[in-house]
Design a protein around this ligand. Structure first.
Ligand SMILES: CC(C)(COP(=O)(O)OP(=O)(O)OC[C@H]1O[C@@H](n2cnc3c(N)ncnc32)[C@H](O)[C@@H]1OP(=O)(O)O)[C@@H](O)C(=O)NCCC(=O)NCCS
Length: 211
């Protein structure tokens, strides 16, 4: 059972189907865009969860792109007795010494290298490179084609933007945002938003710090 019926859920459904380990019985979303997502029926909003668990649905997956929301819903599903599935596309290369947590998804053509650790509920999006000894925190999101060199640490719920690059050994703090196409060459404080080449703190259009 998936929570979330948006664009991210579509990709998650394709990954789960390609992996072939789970049968998807339905999607739960209080405001779905339609009655089905890639042919998977929408079963209702959050009120459907206890019935699904009672009917024997044991595994759940949070298919929501928002990091804090995904973390919160993941905790609620566990408290309701669900186990969180780990989804890995067959075209991804996850080295044997790497680990991927529960509720995490590894999309198509991702590379996860030696002794990297990917914590629960993280997203490694299409084509991302997570090099050796990386630590990807819980509910973090490494966006498509982002490249993390060796020994990078990404804090919980951080977003590493599409196509960005992170220099070896850099730490990105919890809840930080790395903008699309950035080159991160120094540590990023928790909660900061950075962008550019080399990455600097970004300012919102009003002139205040973006985050
Ligand atoms: C960094 C980011 C979060 C900022 O978003 P935002 O707060 O809405 O910022 P705005 O679009 O209002 O832009 C604010 C300023 O930052 C600049 N800026 C925005 N994104 C930037 C980026 N990636 N690199 C460099 N500068 C950027 C804008 O040009 C603007 O500058 P200006 O005031 O001189 O015109 C966003 O642009 C971004 O890159 N998100 C990554 C999304 C992503 O990869 N998602 C993964 C989906 S799978």
């Amino acid at each position: 059972m998936l929570v979330g019926a948006g664009g991210h859920a579509k990709v998650v459904i394709e990954v789960a189907r390609a992996q072939g380990r789970f049968e998807i019985v339905g999607v739960v979303d209080p405001r779905p865009p339609g009655p089905r997502v890639l042919g998977v029926p929408v079963l209702g909003g959050d009120e459907a969860l206890p019935r699904l668990r009672a009917d024997g649905v044991a595994w759940a997956f949070v298919a929501l792109g928002g990091n804090a929301l995904r973390e919160r819903i993941g905790g609620e599903l566990r408290a309701a007795g669900f186990r969180l599935a780990t989804l890995v596309h067959p075209s991804a290369e996850v080295m044997p010494s790497a680990t991927v947590g529960e509720g995490a998804v590894v999309m198509a053509r991702v590379a996860v290298s030696a002794e990297a650790r990917v914590d629960d509920l993280a997203i490694l999006n299409t084509g991302a490179v997570v090099e050796h000894d990386n630590l990807i925190g819980a509910a973090a999101h490494v966006a498509p084609l982002a490249a993390l060199a060796g020994n990078v640490r990404v804090g919980a719920r951080a977003l590493i933007g599409v196509g960005s690059a992170v220099r070896p050994g850099v730490s990105v703090g919890a809840d930080a945002v790395v903008g699309a196409g950035a080159a991160v060459v120094a540590d990023v404080p928790a909660g900061a938003t950075v962008g550019g080449v080399p990455a600097r703190p970004l300012r919102a259009r009003g002139g205040a710090a973006a985050r």
